[in-house]
Structure formats: structure tokens, C-alpha cells
Design a protein around this ligand. Structure first.
Ligand code: SF4
Length: 402
């Protein structure tokens, strides 16, 4: 079996804001301590919707990386790279496209929604590339044989599509010529005792569907030292009666993240003008929060309000402890505190959170070659992994001929 590997990417949108930090980056910080991780800038994906203005990609990619590094994404633990610098993503996308049924792409729930939403903004994305973007996403994951992909609820269908593509690929192309004979030869290489145990566990799983036997057989194969990676893959596939597993079906790593809304109580985004950026100055943070709208019922200082109707409350939910929240609830509903007073703990908490990020970002802003070198190194590592997968994919698809 292949090693555990986490993969996650973001379209380059430039400097990151608090919504990105709480919604994704904090989770990446945890994951990088638990698994080998690959984090990438999905610059080709940016072109699926904004093909007419590619000039923004360059700056947005580098700004994004500075923020990833500034929050603590550690290049010694995680590999950071740019999608388009690993062109094997494109090769795999093309190869997958030959057998990916059109209906699978058309039924991705976000497809129609996004086409309509962009049409309302006067942008035509009824293109081959946009229809195919979930397939490119599948290739992004499959090319690294990543088995864990952190996603929100709305992205689960994309992971399901990726699993179906991997399954179809393995079914169509994992049946190499003489698979059974090669698998039997690999069983013999395990030695008589282990081979006997392997056969018994395989029979138990195939005849009785015993999942524990499946696990034990996989462990047994994993522990045998003298088998090549190809033989091990054959033996894993042979247990279940299928062929060789070439592409790995990923699992969605569903993560509960606090929903940090924007200054107006809507989804935080830079284009909506409701965001606090990670490298924003303390003065700007204070100004933005002091001028935030509050519960409209609090016209005068003496009018009581309701925190549930106030976007500042959403920030308290993320940043304040139980005592402070109690103080807000009590003070707001009885007009015991003013809105500026209520906002101060949030200003302090956000600035305390951003201080180390700003400081850390400064070294990368001052020396852009530092970032370029980290990414260059990451692209090379990613490319090595992609090369391994593509060798197996080409061979399985009959393209590895002289
Ligand atoms: S006191 Fe706080 S929660 Fe209440 S309306 Fe003002 S800012 Fe909002």
C-alpha cells in the first residue's frame, strides 16, 4: 500500500484573509504535524474561470505563498508547489479524459450553479476547460496517490468523483497481462509459511467477506521485506480479487472549521470588501472593526441590542472566551456596554493573532528569493512523485513502448 499523504490546493487569490486562516490554513498547520503533506497553488484552475485575465496569476501566487509561510506552514514538513510547474498534472488529465464519462462531469452539483453565477456576472464559462475542471482536480489528487484530502461538505462530491475515476482506471487498466500468474509468483516469494497464511486470509475474505482477514492480509504483505513495490501492489489487488491498484482512491478528510464571516456578516472575501487581511496593520484592523455595522436596533448608546443580529458577535464567537461572551450578551441586551467597548476585545484578539504572522511575513517580503527557492524545491519534490505515478499509468495504458 502507498504511504499516507495529504493533498490540498488553493486557487491563487493573492494575500490571504482571516477567513482563509480559520477555514483552511489552521487545519493545514495541524495536518503537517500528522502526515506528509502536499500544498499547492492551483494556477491552472484560476484559468478555468478567469482565462481572459491571466496577468493577475503571478502576483497572486507569490502573495499567497508568503502568507502560507507566514502562518507557519513549514517547508521541512510540507511540500509547497505550483500546479503548472508539474506538467504531469495535464498529461494525467488528458489520459483520464478518455474514459471519464461526460455524465459524471455534468452531474457535479456545483457545475450548473457556477455556470449560472458567472453568467450573471457577464462571464461565459461554458467551456471545455471548465466542464473538465473536476477531472483536473481528480488528476491533481491521483497523480500523487494522495489518500487524504481535507475538504468542506460542499467538496465531497468532487472527492467521490475522484474515487470513481480511480476505480474505473484500476478496473480498466489494472488488469495487466498474466496478472494471476504474476500474483501467484509473488505469493511464492513470501516463503511457504507466509504464503500459506496469505492464501488462508485471502480465502476467508473472498468467501466470507471477513474485513479483519483483509486487514491482516494487507499487513502481512506490508511486512514482507523481499517484495518489489509492483509485487506488493499485485498482492494487495489479488486479495480482493481485482487487479493491481495503480491509482489510489482518496478519502475526504472532513474538517469542522469555525465559520468566520466578514465585517458585514456575509462570507469573507477580498472582492466584497469585508475582509481582514493577514498582513493588515494593527491600525487598519482597529479601524475596520470600529466602523463595522452592529445591530441596527442600537441607534443610541442607551438602546439595548441583540448580539445574534450583529456581525461583531460572530467575531466574539471565534475569538472570545466564555466570560467575555457572557459580558457581551449581558451588556448588549441591557445597554450596559457601548458598541465600541464591545469591539475592543475582538480588536485586541485579532491583533494578537496577527502580530507573529506579520513579523514572520516580513522576512519573506524583504527577500522574495527565499520564497522562490522554497517553491522551486517543492516543485522538484512534487515532480518526482508525479513521475513515479505517470510511469505506472503510461505502462498500464500501453504507452510505455519503445
Ligand atoms: S454591543 Fe456588541 S454585540 Fe451588541 S450591537 Fe454592539 S457591537 Fe454588536
Amino acid at each position: 500500500m502507498f504511504q499516507d499523504l495529504v493533498l490540498s490546493g488553493m486557487r491563487p487569490t493573492g494575500a490571504m484573509h482571516l477567513g482563509h486562516y480559520h477555514g483552511a490554513l489552521k487545519n493545514w498547520l495541524t495536518l503537517q504535524n500528522e502526515f506528509p503533506c502536499l500544498f499547492f497553488a492551483a494556477d491552472w484552475h484560476a484559468l478555468t474561470t478567469h482565462y481572459e485575465d491571466p496577468s493577475v496569476i503571478e502576483q497572486t501566487v507569490w502573495d499567497m505563498f508568503v502568507d502560507w509561510l507566514a502562518v507557519g506552514i513549514d517547508p521541512t514538513k510540507a511540500t509547497l508547489f505550483i500546479q503548472s510547474r508539474v506538467p504531469q498534472h495535464a498529461e494525467l488529465t488528458v489520459l483520464l479524459s478518455f474514459f471519464a464519462p461526460l455524465a459524471w462531469l455534468e452531474r457535479v452539483p456545483t457545475y450548473k450553479d457556477l455556470v449560472e453565477r458567472h453568467a450573471e456576472q457577464g462571464r461565459d464559462i461554458l467551456t471545455y476547460g471548465f466542464l473538465g475542471y473536476p477531472l483536473m482536480q481528480a488528476a491533481d489528487i491521483l497523480i500523487y496517490r494522495a489518500n487524504r484530502v481535507p475538504v468542506g461538505e460542499d467538496q465531497v462530491s468532487h472527492i467521490e468523483l475522484t474515487r470513481e475515476i480511480a476505480r474505473r482506471f484500476n478496473h480498466l487498466f489494472g488488469r495487466e497481462k498474466g496478472f494471476e500468474e504474476k500474483a501467484e509468483a509473488a505469493v511464492k516469494k513470501m516463503g511457504p509459511k507466509k504464503a500459506k497464511l496469505y492464501r488462508a486470509l485471502r480465502a476467508k475474505f473472498q468467501e466470507q467477506g471477513d474485513q479483519a482477514a483483509l486487514g491482516q492480509a494487507q499487513e502481512l504483505v506490508n511486512d514482507v521485506q523481499n517484495l518489489s513495490l509492483g509485487d506488493k501492489e499485485r498482492l494487495y489487488g489479488y486479495i480482493e480479487g481485482g487487479g493491481r491498484m495503480i491509482l489510489v482512491e482518496p478519502e475526504a478528510l472532513l474538517t469542522e472549521t469555525p465559520k468566520l464571516l466578514g465585517l458585514d456578516g456575509q462570507k469573507m472575501s477580498k472582492s466584497s470588501g469585508n475582509a481582514i487581511m493577514l498582513r493588515e496593520s494593527p491600525e487598519d484592523v482597529a479601524h475596520k472593526i470600529r466602523t463595522m455595522q452592529t445591530d441596527p436596533a442600537r441607534v443610541r448608546r442607551t438602546d439595548p441590542g441583540n448580539p445574534e443580529k450583529c456581525p461583531v458577535w460572530n467575531l466574539h464567537l471565534v475569538y472570545s472566551d466564555a466570560n467575555t461572551k457572557e459580558w457581551v450578551m449581558q451588556g448588549c441586551t441591557t445597554a450596559g456596554i457601548g458598541c465600541l467597548e464591545c469591539k475592543q476585545p475582538v480588536i485586541d484578539a485579532i491583533n494578537a493573532e496577527l502580530r507573529p504572522i506579520r513579523e514572520h511575513a516580513a522576512q519573506y517580503e524583504e527577500d522574495p528569493t527565499l520564497v522562490r527557492n522554497i517553491i522551486q524545491d517543492g516543485c522538484e519534490k512534487a515532480s518526482d512523485l508525479a513521475t513515479d505515478t505517470m510511469r505506472d499509468v503510461r505502462e498500464a495504458m500501453g504507452l510505455n513502448y519503445g
